[in-house]
Ligand binder design. Structure first.
Ligand SMILES: [Ca+2]
Length: 482
């Protein structure tokens, strides 16, 4: 309470109010209304009450509304006290607000801290994972580089080994070429010595000796070390178990299967015409040349050099005996799907239909194929003993056939060669022998390449391997000139 306080004065204001219940004074006066008890009724005497009116006095302090006994000054609550309290409360409220704000901010900070901590943990985990991956990668790369180094080492070793082998191979090849030349020369020398012996001692006629052996140094040496073999086919009973055409027959035969024979296509004038007719599969066909008396079977080769090739001779496995007489060579023999000779008359009839060229394809015992091609080819009629007419050579086997150009055909029973004796007798085949020749493609099929024989009777092509190297496979084919 203010020290001075203020006096609370209650001055009764006497007002005479009688029967007026609604008299109410308003304004800056303290009004008191006292109602008389209602038990009087209208008849009861009216009671009067007194109201004291106190002149208005300016109130500067709190008004005590207490109706109780007046409090001592020191216990009175003044407006200032209330204001102070309010101010204090307001201040505390503000402090509370501030604190709440701080708490809110702190709470957000805590949450953020939590999030950051969580993120940090995740980051750590991720960093650890990446580190492990990196480590793994480093280890793997190190292993790879080690493996690479090992591989490089092995490649280097292999390269060195291959170089060494290649060098050794070249050395062996050179030695083989030298040996082949020596063998060839020795065979020639032995032949010459035999002839000289016969001449000196006169025990046999000179012409009964063999023909001069091939003395050319071959242009090409088959690139392998062959094994010498004497597996010659003089034992016909053993060597030609499938050869049923030793006697002169109607010509080379096809597959014995009748069904297959029925499926043969033709007849065509040659394999080129068959190809033009749309038959582009290599195989057996029926041919009938323009002047041919009867159709024949032949193998058509459509898989090399644009196709259309008529095969007139084939050697491949020694299954057919080629040491035959005139009639047999004239009509042909063998099996179309293995070894055969098409027949001189058939070849003659084919050749006179037009301009043909000849392809001689040969295969050595390393399965390397070489060829000799002649720009033109035909035979003269039987009255000329099927004389050979050839054009110019091109190829990679060397030209061993041109020396036979213009020669007549010789067999064991018809000697048309230029040698005193019968070349067919020494070379064991039928051919356009000279005296006797640089090639013998109808000779004896020897197994293995280089062979030993008193006479050069193998399937040789002098410019490829010399006279004592027998080819593994041969095909003679003709085709019209484009
Ligand atoms: Ca002769």
């Amino acid at each position: 309470m203010g020290p001075n306080g203020w006096a609370f004065l209650c001055v009764p204001l006497l007002t005479a109010v009688c029967g007026q219940a609604e008299g109410l004074s308003r304004g800056p006066f303290l009004a008191r209304k006292r109602r008389a008890p209602a038990d009087g009724g209208e008849g009861a005497p009216k009671k009067c009450s007194y109201t004291f009116l106190v002149p208005e006095q300016k109130i500067t302090g709190p008004i005590c509304a207490s109706r109780g006994p007046a409090l001592p000054d020191k216990d009175r609550v003044t407006r200032m006290d209330i204001s102070d309290v309010r101010e204090l409360l307001s201040k505390q409220q503000r402090e509370m607000d501030t604190l709440r704000l701080v708490v809110d901010v702190d709470g957000n900070l805590v949450n953020e801290m939590k999030l950051l901590r969580k993120e940090s943990r995740n980051m750590n985990s991720r960093v650890t994972q990446l580190y492990m991956q990196l480590l793994h990668e480093i280890i793997r790369k190190r292993d790879n580089s080690l493996e690479l180094a090992m591989l490089e080492g092995r490649i280097l070793n292999a390269t060195a080994e291959s170089l060494r082998l290649s060098s050794r191979y070249r050395e062996l090849e050179t030695r083989f070429a030298a040996m082949a030349a020596v063998v060839n020369n020795q065979s020639v020398l032995i032949g010459a010595l035999e002839e000289r012996c016969l001449q000196v001692y006169g025990s046999r006629r000179p012409e009964s000796g063999g023909p001069p052996l091939v003395q050319v140094v071959p242009e090409n040496i088959p690139v392998h070390v062959p094994r010498f073999s004497n597996e010659i086919q003089r034992d016909h009973a053993r060597a030609f178990p499938r050869d049923r055409g030793s006697r002169a027959g109607p010509g080379p035969t096809g597959n014995k299967n009748k069904k297959n024979e029925l499926n043969l296509k033709g007849p065509f004038r040659d394999c080129f015409q068959a190809m033009q007719a749309g038959h582009t599969t290599s195989g057996m066909y029926v041919l009938k040349p323009d002047d041919g008396a009867q159709p024949m079977q032949a193998w058509c080769e459509h898989d090399i050099d644009n196709g259309g090739w008529t095969v007139i001779q084939r050697r491949k496995d020694g299954s057919v005996n080629f040491f035959r007489n005139w009639d047999s060579y004239k009509k042909g023999f063998g099996n179309i799907d293995s070894e055969y000779w098409l027949g001189l008359e058939n070849i003659y009839n084919l050749g006179k239909q037009g301009d043909y060229r000849l392809l001689v394809e040969m295969e050595d015992w390393m399965e390397k194929k070489v060829y000799a091609e002649y720009s033109s080819f035909h035979l003269e009629p039987e009255s000329e003993s099927y004389r050979l007419r050839l054009g110019t050579y091109q190829g990679n086997a060397g030209d061993s056939l041109t020396s036979h150009n213009g020669k007549q055909f010789t067999t064991l029973d018809r000697d048309k060669d230029a040698f005193a004796g019968n070349c067919a007798h020494f070379h064991k085949g039928g051919w356009w022998y000279n005296a006797c020749g640089q090639t013998n493609l109808n000779g004896v099929w020897y197994n293995g390449g280089v062979y030993r024989s008193k006479f050069q009777d193998g399937i040789f092509w002098a410019d490829y391997g010399g006279g004592f190297y027998s080819m593994k496979g041969v095909r003679m084919m003709i085709r019209p000139i484009d």
